[in-house]
Write a protein that binds this ligand. Structure first.
Ligand code: C2E
Ligand code: MG
Ligand code: MG
Length: 714
């Protein structure tokens, strides 16, 4: 008898129940040499008792027993907990169909007829034992699988794309909130259980699986009828049936909601500061590194600000950690606010700013500023931060004054790596501490000078208005044919006590950043109205005057009132005043702009678009504004004679303007050649050095008088 694997491991126990001792002995002799332990029961009752006591691996029952026959014993055994799965072999001398059927009905696994051949019995028993072991293992592994699936919240499913049958495991039904008997068993029924927004993702992934054999590996959401939602990780692969070559898709589905939540929590812990909710050092470095590669590729400036609170340790030690923590939270808020403001400084709106703020630990914060127009702009943000921190904080009844020292490093001049920029910003911060705290320092000393100069400029600019250092210059605008002066453009100048006459190009950006631009523009507007009316009163021919309107003035909502005041106070006829807007100004909020401009137009004021051609005006939007004039930008006039393209553009602008009933003025006319060409193209008015530079009021008066005299003489 060959060695049997299942028997070498454990010695199986066989219980033989027979009232005939000889039969029992026969069975014992047949089985014991094959490695089995044989226990004997003398009847049905005894079999039940021995079964409970010995837990045999197999039971052999004789049918004819006086106390309880084999059938009954068999059914009784089957009712016992251990008896459900034990193989039972019935020995019968009655080789008729009826008793065989009876045996099975009572739960027998198999039967064998007497007289029994020892070898056959032995084989029979071993075969039954092996089958049962396999079955057992299968059952065990299946129930383990089910348990494992339940624990892992994982279910499995398979789908035959050809027949569209889709079946799901019980656990998957449970997961998806459907009773197995209610599940429709089709792909559509399965899809219906998925969040509507995610159905295309699932369909797409499975279509790719079927057509291109791309394994499906996706996450999708499920919403249960009770409203709870969770995330399922769906994996599937295609399997080809060898004989039919039919494709079956088999897959798993796992509830990964908790994992996702854990991932999020871990992410939060790993990348954010728990006190302030700001990014931590790790995340900051990551962002800086990304920003660096971007800045490198697009040749942009980038700044790292290192901020350290002054004397924070003293506050922490005297007022306690709770106050210290709350102080840090407040500081974080003020820093966020400052960074947000620097985002919305609209001058360079075409750059998408991705500023980032982080707390490195303790009282140290860092800020990343990207897409900086100039390195000095970082100094402006730093000063805004210092100002924001300067307001005292009230915490738990304590009024706390806080200041900070800020160090700035700039890419590319101060370093090209995350480490270098952080280290140099830190060094600069120490330098700021040495300078007496509450200030900011650049790592490159050259920038400190530039930033200092910029700061001086801003401070002086603030006083310029009170000290009446602004003056208005006037540049004539002439009819292109008669060369008669029709009007003047008011252009601001700054009469600086030391620097002399400063042109707007030098200080306009600083005026915008400090918010001074609006009062300055308002002043220019009033002054220009007053002056032009004064000339008229003095007997000079009436002319029009145009004033430049900045973004701030335009969007400040006070423009109509300012204009009305300037007109009333000066007594100037509204039709003599023109406002020069840039193309981009009114684009920002077209609806509101149209309403405001219409109001101004109703007052009688004229409106023109300055520097036309440099922005992105579209005809359709220009049509909506009640305009009178377009001013062609000087860049087109400059090389009008050498650049044929500019001629084409100028021609197109003029044609377009005329079709909209707008007159066209060309700026920056410096030569007779340019003038002649513009005349040919049908331009209406001109302005430029050919006729006069912008001049002070006194000189303009002379121009105007000369012009009038020349005409009366003619
Ligand atoms: P803009 O409104 O386009 O003014 C025309 C500029 O071109 C003036 O420069 C003028 O001096 C200059 N210009 C005139 N003719 C010629 C020429 O033939 N050749 C050359 N190369 N340049 C010529 P300015 O006065 O320096 O003003 C520069 C810009 O500053 C102005 O451009 C305007 O946008 C702005 N600006 C001037 N004054 C004010 C003001 O009071 N408020 C506001 N918001 N902006 C102003
Ligand atoms: Mg202008
Ligand atoms: Mg212009």
């Amino acid at each position: 008898v060959p060695e049997d694997h299942t028997m070498t491991q454990t010695r199986p126990t066989i219980l033989i129940a027979d009232d005939d001792p000889l039969s029992r002995l026969f069975v014992r002799n047949a089985l014991e040499p094959a490695g089995m332990t044989v226990a004997e029961a003398t009847g049905g009752q005894d079999a039940l008792v021995k079964f409970e006591a010995l837990a045999p691996d197999l039971v052999v029952l004789d049918i004819m027993m006086p106390d309880m026959d084999g059938y009954l014993t068999c059914s009784r055994l089957r009712t016992l907990p251990r008896g459900k799965r034990v193989p039972i072999l019935i020995l019968t001398g009655l080789d008729d169909e009826h008793s065989i059927a009876q045996a099975y009905q009572h739960g027998a696994t198999d039967f064998i007829t007497k007289p029994v051949n020892a070898t056959i019995l032995c084989h029979h028993v071993r075969y039954m034992l092996r089958t049962n072991n396999v079955l057992h293992a299968l059952i065990r592994s299946e129930s383990r699988l089910e348990l494992a699936q339940r624990i892992a919240r994982i279910g499995n499913w398979d789908w035959n794309p050809k027949t569209n049958r889709l079946s799901m495991s019980n656990e998957l039904c449970r997961l998806l909130g459907v009773r197995p008997q209610d599940f429709g068993g089709t792909f559509e029924a399965f899809l219906n259980l998925i969040h509507p927004d995610d159905r295309p993702v699932v369909t797409g992934a499975l279509e790719r699986l079927v057509s291109q054999h791309t394994p499906c590996d996706i996450d999708h959401r499920v919403v249960l009828p009770n409203g709870t939602d969770f995330i399922i990780h769906l994996q599937a692969e295609g399997v080809r049936e060898e004989e039919t070559d039919e494709l079956t898709v088999i897959g798993t589905a796992q509830d990964i909601t908790e994992r996702k939540q854990a991932e999020r929590a871990i992410h939060q812990l790993a990348y954010y500061d728990s006190l302030t909710g700001l990014a931590n050092r790790v995340l900051f470095k990551d962002r800086l590194s990304n920003a660096l590669s971007y800045a490198e590729r697009y040749h942009q400036h980038l700044a790292t600000l290192f901020i350290d609170l002054d004397r924070f340790k003293v506050i922490n030690d005297t007022l306690g950690h709770t106050v210290g923590d709350r102080l840090l939270t407040h500081v974080a808020e003020r820093l966020s606010e400052s960074v947000r403001q620097s985002d919305s400084v609209g001058r360079h709106a075409d750059h998408e700013p991705t500023h980032a703020l982080a707390r490195l630990g303790g009282d140290e914060f860092t800020i990343l500023l990207t897409a900086l127009p100039t390195p000095e702009d970082a100094g402006r943000v730093a000063r805004r931060i210092l100002e924001a921190l300067a307001h005292p904080l009230s915490i738990d009844g304590h009024e706390i004054f806080i200041s900070a020292s800020i160090g700035i490093s700039i890419f590319p001049s101060d370093g090209a790596t995350v480490e270098a920029l952080l280290k140099n910003a830190d060094t600069a911060m120490y330098h700021a501490k040495e300078q007496g705290r509450n200030n900011c320092q650049f790592y490159s000393s050259g920038l400190n000078a530039a930033a200092a100069e910029r700061l001086d400029l801003e401070n002086e600019l603030r006083r310029a208005l009170e000290r009446e250092e602004f003056v208005v210059f006037y540049q004539p605008k002439l009819n292109i044919h008669s060369r008669k002066i029709l009007g003047a453009e008011a252009l601001v100048r700054w009469k600086h006590p030391k620097r002399g006459l400063v042109p707007p190009g030098v200080f306009l950006n600083a005026a915008i950043d400090t918010g001074l631009i609006r009062p300055m523009d308002e002043w220019v507007l009033r002054e220009a109205c007053r002056q032009v009316k004064a000339w008229e009163t003095a007997g000079l021919p009436p002319i029009t005057v145009s004033a430049n309107v900045s973004n701030s003035l335009f969007h400040g909502r006070t423009l109509p009132a300012t204009v009305a005041d300037a007109l009333r106070d000066s007594g100037l006829n509204p039709s003599q005043l023109e406002l020069e807007l840039t193309e981009s100004i009114a684009m920002r909020d077209v609806e509101a702009s149209v309403t405001m401009l219409e109001g101004l137009r109703t007052m009688g004021v004229r409106l023109s678009i300055d520097d036309f051609g440099t922005g992105y005006s579209s005809l359709s939007y220009l049509q909506r504004f009640p305009l009178s004039r377009l001013k062609i930008d000087q860049s087109f006039v400059r090389d009008l004679l050498t650049n044929e393209n500019n001629v084409k553009i100028t021609r197109a602008i003029i044609a377009m303007a005329h079709s909209l009933n707008l007159s066209v003025l060309a700026e920056g006319v410096e030569t007779e050649g340019q003038l002649a060409r513009l005349r040919e193209e049908g331009c209406d008015e001109v302005q430029g050095y050919l006729f006069s530079r912008p001049v002070c009021a006194e000189d303009f008066e002379k121009l105007l008088r000369g012009d009038a005299d020349a005409r009366t003489a003619a």
